[in-house]
Design a binder for this molecule. Sequence first.
Ligand SMILES: Cc1cc2nc3c(=O)[nH]c(=O)nc-3n(C[C@H](O)[C@H](O)[C@H](O)COP(=O)(O)OP(=O)(O)OC[C@H]3O[C@@H](n4cnc5c(N)ncnc54)[C@H](O)[C@@H]3O)c2cc1C
Length: 833
Amino acid sequence: MKTHVKALVVGGGAVGTGIAYHLAKFGWDDVMLMERDELTSGSTWHAAGLLPLFNMGYATSHIHDYSVKFYKTLEEETGLNAGFSVVGNLRMAQTQDRMDEYMLYASTAETVGIPYEWLTPQEIKERYPLVRTEDLKGAIYHPTDGYINPADVTMAMAKGARQRGVTIERKWQVDGYDWAGDHWNVTVTKMVEKGGNLVPSDEQMVIAAEHVVTATGNHAQRTARLLGLKIPAIPVEHQYIVTEPDPALVDWRKDNPEHPVLRDADAKWYVREERGGWILGPYEYGAPARFAYDVPETFRADLFPLDLERIEEEYMSMIHRIPSSETVGLKDDYNGPICYTPDGNPLVGPAPGLRNMWLAEGFSFGITAAGGTGFYLAQMMVEGEAEIDMASLDPKRYGPWMTTEYAVTKNEECYSHVYILHHPDEEREAARPLRTAPAYDRQKAAGAQFGQVNGWERPNYYGPKDAPDSFDHDARSFRRGGWWQYAVEEAKAIREGVGLIDATAFAKHRISGSGATAFLDWFTCNKLPKVGRINLTYALTDAGTTRTEYTIVRLAEDDYYLVSAGAWAAYDGDYLRKSIEDFMAAGGDAVWASEVTNQWGVFAIAGPKSRDVLKALIRDADPETALSNKRFPWLSAREIELGMCPVNAIRVAYTGELGWELHHPVEMQNYLWDRLMEAGASHGLKLVGARAQNWLRQEKSYRAFGTELGRDATPLEADLPRFVDVSKAFRGKAAMEALGVRSTCVTLLIDGPEDADPWGREALYDGETKVGRLTSGGYSVAFGKSIGMGYVTPALAVPGQKLKVRMFNQLWDAEIVGDSPYDPTNERIRADG
Ligand SMILES: Cc1cc2nc3c(=O)[nH]c(=O)nc-3n(C[C@H](O)[C@H](O)[C@H](O)COP(=O)(O)OP(=O)(O)OC[C@H]3O[C@@H](n4cnc5c(N)ncnc54)[C@H](O)[C@@H]3O)c2cc1C
């Protein structure tokens, strides 16, 4: 066996094999794949092999789309038939809400280029007479979708990988990882058969691998322990049953091609044809998590016993939908572990805190995702970045606060939620509240309806006080939900009076040391602020795209306070720490970084009356002048005292009104809250949630991280040249300039449907031509219509350009407006007093 390799891929399931294949395809000629048992002996062997293209996420849609196209090429390349049946996929809707969901999903499909068509109940009946249609509203049909034989496609990828020089070693288990500064020393143990079990022998070796990728499926918890990491990939039981041949189906098939896969989302199942019968795969409630700490040695390519009772409801609903299935008996059943993560997306990308260690864990649609994951992860490893933004899959989206019990609870929830209505304003209930700032109870008492960001509870909007627990659930919609009017009132309050937003979840880092200034000057693309001032700036990837957006406050000559998006604390912190290591290794002076997210609460007060509210609490200075433009100009930071609370106040407002962010010691949060409420009462201070804030920032064209800003666009493409100082050298600069501007970020006002706003997933058209996509959407109280931000072909990115937005299957008028359509000269933010 080789003892030195460029990359070692651990795990010979569909995912590991897809990665090994693509690393070789991208040009790495020294790749080894190691499997403790046989290829496909994990979850891969018993998967049903469906390849659903339906996906609400942009990155995952690309991944699935790549896989489906790639699998079709494998036979020609390897001579092995991967058993791909392109039978189409018919997703049925029993309710109008479900049709709305499909129409929103179709927006994502359209932006990615996935074909689909709409069928009425009558058209379904005409094409597929075995399906009962009286209680259906319609369906979305994917002609290019289907199913594949999971073992065959894995073997075809393995053969393709071997043909490209990959070595595959079976019956070797990875048992230890040691970082040696520029490579990993990986300890591997020969596995032997003993009494039907697979056990480690005494034979061990050490392999030096420049890069390691783990794709260990159900063994992710063991991998996590070996690496000293937390990986929230824990499997849940998933069953499917196979029926005897259905005579009606056999008869129909005499004159017809194979039946498309059926999905009755409202009944929580998929069904596909299998040798004249049906496979029913339900996503039922109550499926338990398994192997929360480890996979027992006795469990190999095994299954759990069938729990028919748990899927009885889904079974009965299959009989309802396909009446001919009532009389056919059961032939076979499978109940196996299917890996999940708290949000259902796999964990793909660099491991936190480690170098050259890549994770590909937690796949619940691993057969569908294997090819695309292989492609985009290999691209990231070999070329430095993937062409799509993989942040939504990044392993660092969960911070160190995550525990096994949290993962178990959320993964079970995620499994049972596969077929719920995926409202874009959905907030999942399990494992909450968990991370709460002190003011949580006060906010709740005031009617707050919370969302969760990185585990933190953050008010989305304030509904009625004493609302029933079901209020937010019932308020969700694909259109304007029951919360919409509350958000409108909140947005108006900030535009006309004063509002208070809890922004405690912001990620916060302190950077200091004699090298801090030189480091940040290289790490970020804008000029650094002077002491007491702040700047908005970006850290770029080496590929020149946006890795993180920071508000930088310069507290002293070599002391900085960095604020970034709340959802990304671990993701940002990891890049920061690794970049500091690189900087110091290259001879830079000492830099210290510490995450202070949990030490500082943040309230953002905004609106024309915000100064008046704060004046009432200022004790240590003349309240009449302390907040004036002269003493506290826009984009500056000051330490002020609000009653007995010391506050680092920053004069910025993400809403585009006069305002301050009040960064305060978190233990004084309730004190400060109470004082602000008292002082605000006479000015009509209103509590405001994240939804209204998201609308308001679009009126100012403020880009948001994770939507307009990410690793698929440069700050120049985000149309932010004023925050890029091209006169200095900074990380990613040459790559950014070489990329040019491929598409441009714009703001649009939209004349959409009367009862709906865009969600930021919709396709943009110029006549018949698709020219871009929305990345954000919402309602503008200032303009009294829908608003959105997105990316279009650069030539079209001019104010006044008329476009169309596809919403609910219709094209609606939209017009590109100049940056910051509301208060373009920032008069309101700069208001003196
Ligand atoms: C009943 C059922 C039906 C399913 N149907 C579908 C479907 O229709 N479509 C779909 O896309 N997905 C489906 N899935 C999910 C799919 O099976 C998984 O997502 C997929 O198989 C995951 O592949 P993987 O390579 O990540 O993991 P696995 O296939 O589990 O492979 C991981 C491999 O890593 C090896 N390994 C672990 N630790 C080590 C180590 N230390 N050293 C060496 N080797 C190691 C294991 O032996 C194993 O072979 C289904 C799952 C179930 C349970």
